[in-house]
Design a protein around this ligand. Structure first.
Ligand SMILES: Cc1cc2nc3c(=O)[nH]c(=O)nc-3n(C[C@H](O)[C@H](O)[C@H](O)COP(=O)(O)OP(=O)(O)OC[C@H]3O[C@@H](n4cnc5c(N)ncnc54)[C@H](O)[C@@H]3O)c2cc1C
Length: 385
């Protein structure tokens, strides 16, 4: 359990892992598949086991104070992820491990499904995908058209396309959202084994977060059975897309923490590279520093709130809006402060500038987050507003 007094120790440990990610960030940006050459790094091994509950073999990060962190709470995750993203967001996201899919499995999987899912990461480095978005259907998940057709409990077929799926072409297991009938309750989540015939993954060429290898997935008569439907033991309102909504709230502070990490890295970079500033520049840097502090506090608050009540997602939405925009602004400011030619002369700033553009889209765009915030307000969930 993370407490205010242990946060500094934990951050210190994470900074050591972050340095390993930073060392290989530019190489992985150029050649994403080279990530396989670095799976032996302690940071990569820790990422592979992050977010796996101990009862399924999860191994904790143990700090010098002997505290154990499994990355199971949102607060643990935002602290970890901010530091690792400041190291390199592309390598962190492209690293192995169950990632987002773990939160769905923890919440909705039955015992056999959890065993099957988590065992992948016990054998060595492995990746999982989380496939919700489709070509032209990102924000409105209720409109997805990937479909599960059912002849019997042992004869089901998955057909459709998924787009922008992180680590889609590397994963050895994944979760795919698909409709069984055209109602929100009809959207189910299937556990997919990419080695089975009927699955194809093509990496997409991207400007930013290239290490993540976002991919186009195609399912053609991909065979499924009832045992592959996540949360088959739960009622329709507690599984599928409906059940996963709580999961999305929990992921949102983590995306905000990713963006904060890049913003902080850009700020730190300028201070490392330059020592003399004009008065105007000093003011700009002071403003940025204050915004970084206040965003960090907001993200941790949002994460702690979600750990207490997974329905309370509006603060997470607000922090995600702010973080995505601050990452863009901070990377632009850093480039401006390093002078003309900085895009070429400072490859890290060039990379962070590109990487920062992804956060607007990941885990819901600003417009969608604003809708969430308005709904929380309209439903009386903003008690302190
Ligand atoms: C780096 C990266 C990694 C990703 N990883 C994954 C992944 O692992 N798995 C996965 O499933 N997806 C993933 N995505 C996809 C991501 O979730 C989608 O890009 C996102 O949901 C937006 O969907 P879209 O791109 O189709 O945009 P659209 O939904 O088409 O939105 C386009 C624009 O329209 C606006 N808009 C849409 N609907 C509304 C509305 N109702 N009201 C007001 N404005 C609206 C949006 O705000 C946006 O500005 C990833 C994306 C990126 C960039």
């Amino acid at each position: 359990m993370i407490t205010p007094s242990t946060i500094a120790v934990f951050e210190y440990e994470m900074k050591r892992y972050a340095a390993e990610l930073r060392n290989i960030g530019l190489l992985i940006d150029r050649e994403p598949e080279r990530i396989n050459d670095f799976l032996h790094l302690p940071a990569m091994k820790a990422i592979n086991h992050m977010m796996i509950p101990p009862e399924y073999g999860g191994q904790p990060i143990i700090t010098i104070g002997q505290e154990k962190y499994y990355g199971l709470s949102s607060l643990e995750r935002v602290i970890t992820i901010e530091q690792l993203s400041a190291g390199d967001a592309g390598v962190f996201l492209g690293g192995p491990g169950p990632s987002m899919s773990s939160i769905v499995m923890m919440d909705l999987g039955d015992e056999e499904q959890k065993e099957r899912f988590y065992s992948h990461f016990m054998k060595g480095s492995a990746w999982a995908f989380f496939a919700l978005s489709e070509p032209d259907k990102g924000s409105d998940a209720t409109e997805i058209s990937t479909r599960i057709t059912r002849q019997s409990a042992s004869d089901m077929k998955l057909n459709g396309h998924k787009f922008y799926i992180g680590n889609g072409s590397r994963a050895s297991i994944g979760l795919a959202f698909a409709q069984t009938n055209r109602t929100p309750l009809g959207i189910q989540i299937a556990i997919v084994d990419p080695s089975i015939q009927g699955f194809k993954a093509t990496p997409l060429d991207t400007m930013g977060l290239r290490g993540l290898r976002i991919s186009h997935l195609e399912f053609e008569d991909f065979p499924l059975e009832e045992k592959d439907i996540v949360g088959r033991h739960l009622s329709p309102t507690k599984r599928g897309l409906w059940g996963a909504l709580r999961t999305f709230h929990r992921m949102r502070p983590s995306v905000a923490a990713l963006a904060l990490g890049i913003a902080q890295a850009s700020y730190d970079y300028v201070l490392e590279q330059r020592s003399i500033f004009t008065e105007r520049e000093k003011t700009e840097l002071e403003r940025l520093e204050m915004r970084l502090h206040s965003l960090r506090s907001m993200i941790r608050h949002a994460a702690a709130e979600i750990d207490q009540n997974a329905q309370k997602g509006y603060l997470a939405s607000l922090s995600k809006i702010r973080a995505a925009s601050l990452a863009e602004e901070a990377t632009e400011l850093a480039l401006a402060m390093m002078g003309p030619g900085s895009m070429v002369e400072h490859p890290l700033l060039n990379k962070w500038y590109r990487d920062a553009r992804a956060f607007e889209f990941m885990e819901g765009t600003t417009s969608i987050q604003k809708i969430n915030v308005f709904q929380a307000y309209a439903n009386g969930k903003m008690q302190h507003a």
